[in-house]
Design a protein around this ligand. Structure first.
Ligand code: WQD
Length: 353
């Protein structure tokens, strides 16, 4: 079939209908430099978020319901579009589920990544931005975490898939210098676009703290369980580096604008975080303060695999991508509540079974 002649460079975002994906598509469309297409298997998100992004921008986002397990289906997308760069976000990412179903996670995440780069190679597309995770550092030995630190020692199969994929991609770059890759290591993405039209819409019971707090606030959950108050942290509860999802989305745009400044064979790696650590109790009290909602909680035991503290040194992204976060805890809580209160049951409009 004829390739659509794209005037602008076309970016393919795998997993683009998800939480980070929809916010990233929105930032790219509003920036206007690139055309964006999405490939998603809809296993963890429905296309409603992207439909809303189209409504907000008045721009179409060609999207393909494709599972990266299916190489032919990926090739079908490459037949239709001349792709400049792929942002690979598609991934199973529920830490708890990965502990129960490790093989399902290894097969899905590793096969997807390998299929994707095979098809990219077969189509001479060598620009790749990989959505990685701070979890690849494993339990921190030194803080804040900097990109030159050794990775590995992840405490769950999900984290190991990110670690393995980083290493598979690194080895591919070593043997084929045509590859031009970046790894973006996300810390803890939270919040929503200021419009309250798109946000986080987790399936089932939220694993992460912020969507759980928001669902307590909107009356869907009774109370928050605080997983452990005996960590070596100021108030005994877990400390994390929460980054606003819009800042994170803008980080992808900043990375894209630098992707062509290829300096060496190895992938360029960037932490996307704020450099500030916030504890669970601080999250709960901030949410109450900025939204006026009461968030009942009770102390519970530690969750398997949780570490005390994760904080990013994000200065490299500042130096090399000109990226730094602009949204703080107040905006994280306000925007999250703005979306949750307008969409009590997320995009489904009804209680998810
Ligand atoms: C944050 C803090 C919990 C829920 C994970 C993945 C990471 C990325 C982000 C995918 C911790 C505490 C949580 C609750 C709680 N995932 N907590 N009660 O574990 O830092 O990171 O999600 O890309 O790869 O590892 O995020 O939000 O689950 O936990 O007390 O109901 O909140 O113990 O201290 P985490 P989180």
């Amino acid at each position: 079939s004829k390739k659509m002649s794209d005037t602008k460079k076309t970016i393919l975002i795998t997993g683009g209908s998800g939480y980070v994906g929809t916010h990233t598509v929105l930032e790219f469309l509003q920036d206007g430099t690139y055309d964006v297409i999405v490939l998603d298997n809809s296993s963890n998100s429905i296309m409603e978020g992207l439909r809303r992004v189209e409504e907000m921008t008045g721009k179409k986002v060609p999207r393909y319901q494709v599972d990266l397990i299916d190489k032919q289906a990926i090739q079908g997308v490459f037949d239709k579009h001349k792709i400049f760069c792929v942002i690979h976000m598609a991934s199973l990412k529920a830490v708890g589920e990965s502990c129960k179903r490790p093989f399902f996670y290894y097969k899905a995440n590793l096969f997807s990544a390998i299929n994707l780069i095979e098809v990219m190679q077969e189509n001479d597309v060598y620009n790749l931005i990989f959505s990685s995770s701070a979890t690849v550092y494993g339990p921190p030995k030194v803080l804040p975490l900097v990109e030159t630190l050794e990775t590995g020692g992840c405490t769950n199969p999900y984290g190991r898939t990110k670690y393995f994929i980083e290493n598979i991609f690194r080895d591919v770059c070593t043997v084929d210098p045509k590859w031009n890759m970046m790894f973006l290591r996300y810390f803890n993405p939270v919040g929503a676009h200021e419009s309250g039209i798109i946000g986080e819409d987790p399936m089932g019971v939220p694993y992460n703290i912020m969507p759980f707090v928001a669902q307590v606030a909107v009356g869907r959950r009774q109370e928050v369980q605080v997983f452990g108050d005996d960590f070596d942290t100021p108030d005994g509860t877990g400390v994390r580096d929460y980054v606003h999802v819009v800042d994170l989305a803008k980080g992808h745009l900043a990375a894209m604008k630098k992707i062509e400044e290829k300096s060496d064979v190895q992938p360029k790696i960037y932490n996307l975080g704020t450099g500030t650590g916030i504890s669970v109790l601080e999250i709960i009290s901030a949410f109450e303060k900025y939204t006026g909602k009461k968030i009942p909680y009770k102390m519970a035991g530690r969750r398997e695999g949780d570490v005390a503290t994760m904080i990013a040194d994000a200065s490299k992204a500042g130096r090399e991508l000109g990226w730094k976060t602009e949204r703080g805890l107040k905006e994280m809580c306000e925007t999250l509540w703005n979306f949750q209160s307008k969409n009590p049951y997320g995009y489904q409009g009804k209680e998810q079974q």
